[in-house]
Design a protein around this ligand. Structure first.
Ligand code: PEP
Ligand code: MN
Length: 361
């Protein structure tokens, strides 16, 4: 679907767009104290969860509607814009009634098209920016589907939040970033604003900085980070929240690099290098084309001699030779495996075509 999205963020002036605040609104004092400290740091949008989707019952499930009044107080006293998560139509109606500036859909909502549609229906005819988190599973189609449902309801200001993908057993991340997925989304919709929720990706404090920097280097528009006055005592997601002071340091240490590189003088400096890259890419394509032609010739031989397409021993030899080359030349093992798997699958597909053709009368 062709989306004509109005950006939420002015990339020239507001990058990185900073969304910060507690995982959950717990008490009026906690909400206000955090807001005052973050307003002093000039963040762009204040977050606090009012309704919390929790894995098991009897955990803290959010303060509910009363929290919306606290967010209204934040707006009035600090001037900050505010956002909260909505997961059903009642949440939408209540949030709109209380003039919440931006709504976000959580990962457990994006995963369910019925819930997304219910929210989309509740938003029909309303003019409010919506942020859509990725679904918990690594499914780009489902993420795009949620964007399309909200867009079809008439919402024009849509952004997305990358919060990583469920990956039980992963020791490094609470939710694996799988950067290729947001990168694919950016390539498909270059005007869509994309925010990195480093808190839910990391699930811990010590890696927040590195993930935030990585996101900015990948041209993300901003960050959503959980901030709490006393993180260890937070009622939800205690391990990943940071104090306002630590948050300030974290933002201060970020290197913000040029997002849209179109300076003519600088472009001239790298023109020759880019030209060389283009020529090499062209060579690569020619070589791949040539390789497929040879593959087809072998396919005809296999057809004539009744030999199966997949020859595991040969494939093993090809891959280990490539891995050996990679190791000597600084090419990552994961990359070599992915590259050669892709080439191998394509070769198999070509040989299958050869075999099919031969079957034709
Ligand atoms: C949250 O932002 O606190 C939250 C519940 O996030 P997610 O939907 O990404 O799990
Ligand atoms: Mn949280």
């Amino acid at each position: 679907m062709d989306l004509k999205i109005t950006p939420l963020i002015d990339r020239e002036k507001e990058r990185p767009f900073l969304i910060a605040g507690p995982c959950s609104a717990e008490t009026e004092e906690q909400v206000m104290e955090t807001a005052y400290q973050l307003a002093a740091q000039n963040i762009h949008l204040y977050r606090a969860g009012i309704w919390k989707p929790r894995t098991r019952p009897n955990s803290f499930e959010g303060v509910g509607k009363v929290g919306l009044k606290w967010l209204q107080r934040v707006k009035k006293e600090t001037g900050l814009k505010v956002t909260t998560e909505v997961a059903n139509k009642e949440h939408v109606f209540e949030a709109l009634k209380h003039n919440i500036d931006v709504l976000w859909l959580g990962a457990r909502t994006t995963v369910n098209p019925f819930s997304v549609q219910e929210i989309a229906d509740a938003l029909e005819g309303v003019d409010i920016p919506i942020l859509i988190k990725n679904p918990i599973n690594a499914d780009l189609g489902l993420w795009i589907g949620a964007i399309e449902r909200i867009y079809k309801a008439g919402i024009k200001q849509i952004g997305v939040i990358h919060r990583g993908f469920s990956s039980p057993g992963n020791k490094m991340y609470r939710n694996a970033p799988m950067w290729q997925i947001p990168i694919d989304l950016m390539a498909k919709y270059p005007d869509l604003n994309i925010i990195c929720d480093n808190s839910h990706i990391c699930g811990r404090r010590d890696t927040l900085q590195a993930v935030a920097q990585r996101a900015l280097d990948l041209n993300f528009d901003g960050l959503m980070t959980e901030v709490h006055p006393v993180p260890d005592e937070a009622w939800s997601d205690a391990k990943q929240q940071v104090t306002p002071t630590r948050y300030k340091e974290l933002v201060g240490e970020l290197k913000v690099r040029i997002a849209n590189f179109d300076n003519p003088a600088m472009l001239t400096d790298i023109k020759d290098l880019r030209h060389e890259i283009d020529m090499l890419d062209n060579d690569l394509m020619q070589i791949l084309h040539k390789r497929m032609e040879l593959t087809e010739a072998i396919g005809r031989f296999k057809q004539a001699n009744n030999i199966a397409i997949l020859q595991p021993v040969r494939w093993g030899q090809i891959l280990s030779k490539a891995l050996e080359f990679g190791e000597k030349n600084g090419l990552n093992e994961e990359f070599i495996v992915a590259l050669f798997n892709a080439i191998h699958y394509e070769s198999i597909r070509h040989q299958e075509e050869v075999l099919k053709e031969k079957k034709k009368p």
